[in-house]
Design a protein around this ligand. Structure first.
Ligand code: HEC
Length: 323
């Protein structure tokens, strides 16, 4: 306990203390001392626990890249209030409002609704989400990380902004299509650590595959719009917003095989590539709002995991230039 009186005074204290000051303080403090544990039980601890969950949740949020599709950054839209157009070969999706606004956001959702949406791609009303919402990756998140992320999302300012309907071509405009797609392509499942790999590799795999969802952009998609497993991280000419997402396997000529581990860690921190160029578009947003805030150890773990991938020979052509 800190001294009740400043030190100089304590030192100059007379040898014989005036009687009775200790009991007096005790008497004065008694109600406070009695009430303190009850107050802590009633408010302090849960509040502190909730605060800690929000903080952990913010870290998870950043590990996902900052959920950039839910903020209309190009038009300076409010944080996480949706409306961002995401162009894909299947049509244009609009990121939804995920602030806790009761009518236009997730205000009425329960934690269980959130967990179901993230891990099974099912909305509270039972309808199915299109895989542009990367539940295909988030399904691997741990229950604890989901709870923390939910705590964080509850803590952001609610914004009133109605969602825009997606603008999709046939047959993707049919919600049934989302159901069919899932039935065909999607199996919910958690991340299971590989027993034969060290902890940093497993952490990196979890960060990349469950949270950072790198493969959602960097893996090419087949006709059905599902990432092609055999081409994981080999790059995609049709990334979101029509951007090319490069081959990030360690292939020497078509991937990033020339990058060192440190190049990768540095890139995730600064957005500067091994050749000194800075990254553009969505990737720079993901770094700025997300990956740069990760601990050095976590960025390194991602790099360790990526360096261990099988190199895939996949040269990509920037369509907008080639066409
Ligand atoms: C929302 C889509 C998206 C996600 C998610 C994403 N990326 Fe990217 N990434 C891109 C795009 C687009 C580019 C190209 C940017 C450019 O041209 O400057 C890129 C570029 C890169 C590059 C530069 C490669 C090169 O050859 O220049 C690396 C490395 C990279 N991403 C790694 C990652 C990692 C690791 C993750 C996950 C932790 C990740 N990305 C998640 C879209 C994404």
């Amino acid at each position: 306990m800190p001294p009740l009186t400043p030190r100089p005074f304590t030192r100059r204290r007379p040898a014989i203390r005036p009687p009775g000051w200790k009991p007096l303080i005790l008497v004065l403090l008694w109600p406070v001392l009695l009430a303190a544990p009850a107050w802590a039980d009633g408010h302090g601890e849960p509040a502190a626990q909730a605060g800690a969950a929000v903080q952990r949740g913010q870290y998870i949020f950043r590990a996902t890249g900052g959920c950039g599709c839910h903020t209309d950054t190009p038009n300076k839209g409010p944080f996480l209030a949706g409306g961002r157009a995401i162009r894909t070969p299947f049509g244009t999706f609009f990121g939804t409002n995920i602030t806790p606004h009761a009518q236009t956001g997730l205000g009425k959702w329960k934690e269980a609704d959130f967990v179901r949406a993230m891990t099974q791609g099912v909305a509270p009303d039972g309808s199915h989400y299109f895989p542009v919402f990367p539940y295909t990756s988030f399904t691997r998140m741990t229950r604890e990380d989901l709870a923390d992320l939910w705590a964080y999302l509850r803590s952001v300012p609610p914004v009133k902004r109605a969602n825009k309907p997606h603008d999709l071509g046939f047959p993707f405009n049919l919600r049934m299509g989302a159901w069919f797609w899932k039935w065909w392509n999607f199996r919910p499942g958690s991340y299971r650590p590989a027993a034969d790999q060290p902890p940093d590799w497993n952490r990196g795999a979890y960060l990349s595959r469950a949270l950072g969802h790198c493969g959602e952009c960097h893996t090419p998609r087949g006709l059905m719009g599902a990432p092609v497993a055999a081409m994981r991280y080999a790059g995609s000419e049709d990334g979101p917003e029509g951007e090319l997402a490069p081959n990030i396997t360690p292939h020497r000529t078509t991937g990033i095989g020339e990058w060192t581990l440190n190049d990768m860690v540095w890139f995730l921190e600064t957005g500067l590539k091994a050749d000194g160029d800075d990254t553009q578009g969505l990737m720079s947003e993901m770094i700025e709002n997300g990956y740069t805030h990760l601990s050095e150890a976590d960025r390194r773990a991602i790099a360790v995991y990526l360096r261990s991938l099988p190199p895939i020979n996949n040269a990509l052509i920037r369509k907008n230039k080639a066409e």
